[in-house]
Design a protein around this ligand. Structure first.
Ligand code: ANZ
Ligand code: ZN
Length: 772
């Protein structure tokens, strides 16, 4: 038995690859390019997770194959470094977030290098590096210049404990994602990005992508395109002096004859022009503290109040109908008003029942022509809302504008970027909800770039999503012109590398991050900064790795599995192979250390086979299986069916183990097919065969179609209903040839004397049945 010293092998080859720059990406115009992207990690104090390793290994396998198919490959990595956990940890320990980030990225880098990924480390990026966020700020300035960044009042979720505004997905069900405490809602002036202006393109252009269908669906659901009509209902009231209408949005204009009342959202503008009774006032107040989800959930009981003193007129039949205020209608969707049809809509029906409002199931349906004659118009509505783009926290990109008493909001000049985060002693969030930056007088007080008068800097910072919305472009820019302005420095590199050919990541980020980065990319395309209108051609997703027993890993449960321990004990090659072998790549799967040990034994077997390799040995019958395995592994990698690719390699190893001697070629092919998964040990064994070039640089093996099937097959001969023999025949022989062979085979022929052949049944390459 040969010993398998994984530690020595892995350290040796990692050093060689690094020294040789084996995975440095080059803009080689003579080669096709392949840009592979994986979600860069947030460098938390917990270190690398087995989930990261699953995604990174998968993409590494694909990249290693692509290089050997002749592509120039870019496979980069970096750090999504701004974020609240680091800031909170810094506050707790009294340390600087930048120092903590440095420590954490050092750990991550060491862990990733130990796994032998073919990243181009020269292109490492860090979103919290001023050189990097200078560009994040630049993009913000372009958005501002183009009217897509604006100040607006937004209802924000507010966590009174963390003293931070939260995005909706961070405050689901009114619970703070960070501390678990209850959240409130507040109206606050914020920086907003007008992503809704891109809603139609973000929706339609998904057709141009090759994302997993479930990811496309997730994008579409979030954008929430709805086609329907707007139609106006006249308001009747003694108090109103001018003609007033309530406009509603409906996807069922055909049900207009069945409308029995109108519902306004508590935020509806009409309510501000009316004198409201106390019960309405109270109702509107109460609705303010509820989240959309809570208001619209099907299982929540609907509530509402009638607006006494006004009525609406149905334009279809001139009927006078009551007007209600209810929080199941949202202020910011459609027109913030609904025509209620209890006969056809479940929510309206539940509401009508509760408040004894009529239903008209017998009402006829309106035709398109009728609807138009009642004043309906062809309207597309989106659920998507503008992106709240500010946070009142320290550890993020400063927003590069000043507030001048005379000039208002004035953007900084490009030459003043980066506007660096000042180093401060205390960055505790303030009770007023203002950013900790607001407390640094000598930073806040500045002069207006426009008039030279006194001005104050914006103290909000950008949200976590900012840095990751363009990071795939930063990798391309890295290494060119020292990251300096102008953007045109990078035009050639963008032209060569973008768009990203294949992006793999978690399903968790297949909604917002994907949408935000698509939005920024489209904007950058519009201002001619990048050459394509979509950033990613293909987007796939890995299933989650669960802890022992199928439970989600979490720090609080203490069941997080770190790759470190396993890399130490069994090596990176084993961990890589195991993570892809454990189950179908797109499905969640529980960690199982026993099966990891099984994978280790498999590598040991591969190592041991090398003892039987001989130059003189003929390739023999195994050639067919070799060709089949090349085909299977090549195709499975493309479809991310890594587990079945590895199984087929295990079958090949079993067959090779049965041979007395193994030909150098067969063993070489095995190593080549295994090398993307287990790059170190295969490199070592490949060298052992006498090769001087790296296994990761030789062409990817190609199968011979003619050798996918054996030349000879076993033909079963049945005579009079009984199996009387088996003949080894050339594949594809005819029925006549088969019969002739039977007649010339003494041992089979003798069974024919018992009777006259009446007929024959022939299944090519399988069976000859002679009926007597
Ligand atoms: C009458 C009607 C009859 C409706 C019927 C539906 C079925 P989606 O598909 O989600 O766009 N609606 C309109 N604006 C709303 C708002 N701001 N808050 C809550 N609900 C609102 O849904 C559109 C439908 O949701 C609209 O069509 C409207 O109810 C309601 F048998 O109008 B419908
Ligand atoms: Zn000014």
């Amino acid at each position: 038995m040969k010993s398998y010293d994984h530690k020595a092998i892995e350290t040796k080859w990692q050093a060689v690859w690094e020294k040789d720059g084996s995975f440095t990406a080059t803009e080689d115009i003579n080669k096709k390019k392949f840009y592979a992207l994986v979600e860069f990690p947030y460098p938390s104090g917990d270190g690398l997770h087995t989930g990261h390793a699953r995604s990174y290994t998968a993409m590494d396998v694909i990249c290693r194959k692509r290089r050997r198919e002749g592509y120039s490959v870019l496979y980069p990595i970096g750090w999504d470094a701004f974020g609240l956990p680091t800031e909170n940890y810094a506050i707790k320990t009294g340390r600087q977030p930048a120092d903590i980030t440095k420590e954490n990225t050092d750990t991550f880098r060491r862990q990733l290098k130990a796994l032998g990924y073919s990243f181009d480390w020269n292109r490492e990026i860090d979103t919290s590096d001023p050189k990097y966020y200078k560009w994040t700020q630049w993009i913000f300035l372009q958005l501002l210049k183009n009217g897509l960044a604006y100040r607006g009042k937004a209802t924000v979720n507010w966590c009174p404990k963390d003293k931070i505004t939260l995005a909706n997905e961070e405050a689901v069900g009114g619970v703070c994602d960070r501390c678990g405490g209850p959240t409130e809602t507040r109206e606050k002036e914020q920086w907003m990005l007008a992503i809704t202006k891109y809603a139609g393109r973000l929706y339609d252009d998904l057709d141009q992508t090759d994302y997993l269908p479930k990811i496309i669906t997730q994008q579409r659901n979030w954008i929430g395109k709805s086609e329907g009509h707007n139609i106006k209902f006249k308001v009747e009231s003694e108090k109103l002096k001018v003609d007033t209408y309530i406009e509603v949005f409906t996807t069922r204009i055909d049900t207009i004859f069945g409308v029995t009342y109108i519902v306004l959202a508590p935020e509806h503008a009409l309510l501000q022009t009316l004198e409201l009774s106390n019960d309405v006032k109270e109702y509107v107040e109460r609705a303010k503290n509820k989240q959309d989800m809570e208001r619209t959930a099907d299982d929540k009981e609907k509530t509402g109040v009638e607006l006494k003193g006004i009525k609406a007129i149905n334009p279809a039949n001139n009927e006078e109908i009551p007007v209600w205020v209810a929080d199941y209608v949202l202020g910011h969707y459609g027109t913030g008003a609904v025509m209620a049809v209890p006969a056809h809509d479940d929510r309206d029906n539940a509401f009508a029942k509760k408040y004894s409002l009529p239903s008209k199931p017998e009402a006829p349906f309106a035709t398109k022509e009728q609807a138009v004659s009642f004043g309906a118009t062809e309207k597309t509505t989106f659920k998507l809302r503008d992106w709240v783009f500010s946070r009142q926290r320290y550890w993020g990109e400063p927003i590069p504008v000043v507030h001048c008493l005379i000039c208002g909001i004035v953007p900084l000049d490009e030459s003043e970027l980066p506007l660096t985060l000042p180093i401060v002693e205390k960055y505790q969030p303030t009770d007023t909800g203002e950013s900790p930056l607001a407390a640094i007088d000598d930073w806040v007080n500045t002069i207006c770039p426009h008039c030279g008068g006194p001005a104050k800097r914006e103290t909000d910072t950008m949200p976590n999503w900012a840095g990751s919305s363009w990071y795939y472009l930063a990798y391309v820019m890295q290494g060119i012109s020292n990251f300096e302005f102008p953007i045109s420095n990078y035009a050639d590199a963008f032209k060569y590398w973008t768009p990203v050919d294949w992006y793999n990541g978690g399903m968790e980020h297949a909604t917002l991050h994907l949408l935000y980065s698509r939005f920024w990319h489209k904007f950058l395309f519009d201002i001619k900064a990048v050459p394509t209108s979509e950033p990613y051609i293909k987007r796939t997703a890995q299933g989650m790795i669960l802890s022992h027993g199928g439970i989600k890993m979490s720090k609080s449960k203490g069941n997080v599995i770190s790759p470190d321990e396993f890399v130490q004990k069994f090596g990176a090659d084993t961990l890589r192979l195991y993570e892809l072998f454990m189950g179908p790549f797109d499905q969640a799967i529980a960690w199982n250390t026993d099966s990891l040990v099984g994978v280790y034994r498999f590598i040991e077997r591969v190592v041991n086979l090398s003892e039987k390799v001989s130059k003189e040995a003929p390739i023999g019958d195994i050639e067919i299986l070799l060709n089949q395995t090349i085909k299977k592994v090549s195709e499975d990698i493309e479809e991310m069916k890594f587990n079945t690719a590895i199984s087929s390699l295990m079958i090949l190893v079993n067959e090779l183990a049965k041979e007395a001697k193994i030909s150098t070629d067969s063993y070489g092919v095995l190593l080549q097919l295994l090398s993307p998964f287990a790059p170190h040990v295969t490199e070592e064994l490949w060298g052992g065969l006498g090769h001087s070039t790296s296994i990761h640089a030789v062409s990817w093996p190609i199968f011979d179609t003619a050798k996918l099937q054996a030349d000879t097959v076993e033909l079963v001969i049945q005579i009079g209903g009984k199996v009387r023999g088996r003949l080894n025949v050339k594949r594809g022989i005819s029925e006549k040839e088969a019969i002739n062979m039977v007649y010339s085979d003494e041992s089979i022929k003798k069974w024919l004397v018992e009777g006259q052949p009446r007929k024959t049944v022939f299944v090519p390459d399988r069976l000859l049945n002679i009926v007597l």
